[in-house]
Design a protein around this ligand. Structure first.
Ligand SMILES: [Zn+2]
Length: 96
């Protein structure tokens, strides 16, 4: 059973509970275990992979340019493209 992290928005109390996937939202409608208020428990995503929390990590960032450049370079080397003005243009634009 996965462990879900919850947090009370009122008293900032954080807690984890083991829940079945079907019951993962149950604590949201239950009272906070610390202050007893109902309706202020929210889900926390403490277990999310670091890259999901890192806003600098984007698929269109420099991070992935390497792969894109590689692909363009391979394309410019393909027969029928290599040595043509198109091939040269791709190389000049993406492979420098
Ligand atoms: Zn609370």
């Amino acid at each position: 059973m996965p462990i879900y992290d919850f947090k009370c928005e009122k008293c900032e109390h954080q807690f984890s509970e083991m829940k079945t996937i079907a019951n993962r939202d149950v604590p949201l409608s239950e009272p906070c275990p610390k202050c007893g208020l109902v309706g202020c428990v929210v889900k926390e995503y403490l277990g999310a992979p670091a890259q999901m929390l890192d806003t600098k990590y984007r698929v269109d960032s420099k991070h992935n340019m390497g792969g894109f450049r590689d692909a363009m370079e391979r394309m410019s080397e393909r027969p029928g493209i290599k040595g043509t003005p198109d091939g040269d243009r791709i190389k000049a634009k993406y492979c420098t």
